[in-house]
Design a protein around this ligand. Structure first.
Ligand code: FAQ
Length: 316
């Protein structure tokens, strides 16, 4: 019976029919999606912290308003994604518990510090740029609620990418000191940004099955390559240089070759030993604990309203 259901399930995937919450699905498909979507949601929420650091110090009102709006968008993305993950049978509180206990991951990139205003440019340009490269194919992922959430997320991310690039453009066309800030941000964010795509394909345990189920449409290395290819030209327009001496156009492959990624650093960051892991997690746990009274008050208010409505209905 199970085998027949699995064959029917795979057949639907092969025909590009979306899988919906009430459809039969293999347990491993459900678990893989829960892992990926909840990790993605946590990334959006933790991803607010490095930029939140600069809202009060943005150089002018226009920059402040745009940054504030961007960080709010990220909160919204987290909420759509938690909702999509909830359709797979895990409550939001359970997902938070997994984040706070360190069981669930979030993207490695958000464990790096934001040291200067130029980092707001580099994050928008590179981090949102890498996120879009990964997420546009997710608009066609096989699970309906995830695919639909991604459509709006991608529209907003593409605006964020331009917002970041415009900051980089302004700095790089500014004074020598401003240009140096932009270059310094690129130097620090380049390698962590290309790590975001995950381990190389030959070291990516989840890829084969996720590609078969069309959760992923491109491999980690394919997306990383596309990102490097488009980013080189954007860097040239800025008049900056990518900190990789091995970066070179390969005529035969029709792609840029690039240097070896420091995977030791990546796995250390993923294991919780990056520059800001402890700080990021503490900020989330503190927010959860300090918000307990708000959740209690909201629940008490909802219960009171429900009781009042019930009494009114009975009296009528
Ligand atoms: N960081 O077998 P694979 C954003 C883990 S959103 C940490 O290749 P998979 C928006 C992976 O979980 C950024 N861990 O795994 C924004 C697995 O461990 P597990 C987030 C990573 O799932 C912008 C193990 O390594 N985007 O930036 C990372 O097939 C600006 C083996 O890896 C998404 O989450 C990593 N970078 O492929 C917000 C997109 N990479 O769980 C604020 C959706 C890998 O088995 C400001 N996710 N790992 O213990 C995906 O597309 C996939 O999950 C991948 C990883 C591609 C990230």
């Amino acid at each position: 019976m199970e085998i027949k259901l699995e064959a029917l399930f795979q057949d639907k995937i092969d025909q590009e029919i979306k899988i919906e919450p009430r459809d039969w699905m293999p347990e491993k498909y459900r678990k893989t999606l829960l892992r990926q979507i909840s990790q993605h949601a946590h990334s959006e929420i933790v991803g607010m912290l490095p930029e939140g650091n600069w809202i009060t110090r943005a150089p002018n009102l226009r920059r402040k308003v745009a940054l504030l709006a961007k960080v709010q968008d990220e909160a919204g993305h987290g909420l759509y994604l938690y909702s999509a993950a909830e359709t797979l049978g895990m409550s939001r509180d359970e997902m938070f518990e997994e984040l706070h206990s360190g069981k669930a991951k979030y993207s490695s990139i958000f464990n790096y510090p934001t040291l200067t205003w130029a980092d707001m440019g580099a994050i928008g340009w590179l981090v949102d740029g890498a996120a879009i490269m990964n997420q546009v194919p997710l608009c066609r992922t096989s699970y309906g609620p995830y695919a639909r959430a991604m459509v709006r997320v991608c529209k907003e991310e593409s605006f964020h990418q331009r917002q970041g690039y415009e900051i980089m453009l302004t700095l790089s066309k500014g004074t020598e000191a401003q240009k140096a800030l932009a270059q310094d941000a690129l130097n620090r964010w380049w390698w962590p940004s290309i790590m975001m795509f995950g381990p190389n394909d030959d070291n990516s345990p989840n890829s084969a099955q996720s590609m078969k189920w069309k959760i992923k449409r491109f491999s980690n290395d394919e997306l990383r390559q596309k990102f490097v290819d488009v980013t080189v030209a954007q860097t040239e327009i800025l008049g900056l240089s990518i900190p990789d001496k091995d970066l070179k156009w390969n005529e035969e492959r029709g792609h840029y070759d690039f240097g070896v990624i420091d995977w030791e650093e990546f796995f250390q960051v993923v294991a919780g030993n990056g520059p800001c892991n402890k700080q990021r997690l503490k900020a989330r746990v503190d927010a959860w604990e300090n918000g307990a009274w708000v959740r209690e008050a909201a629940t008490a208010y909802a219960e009171k309203r429900e009781l009042r409505t019930k009494n009114q209905t009975e009296a009528a």
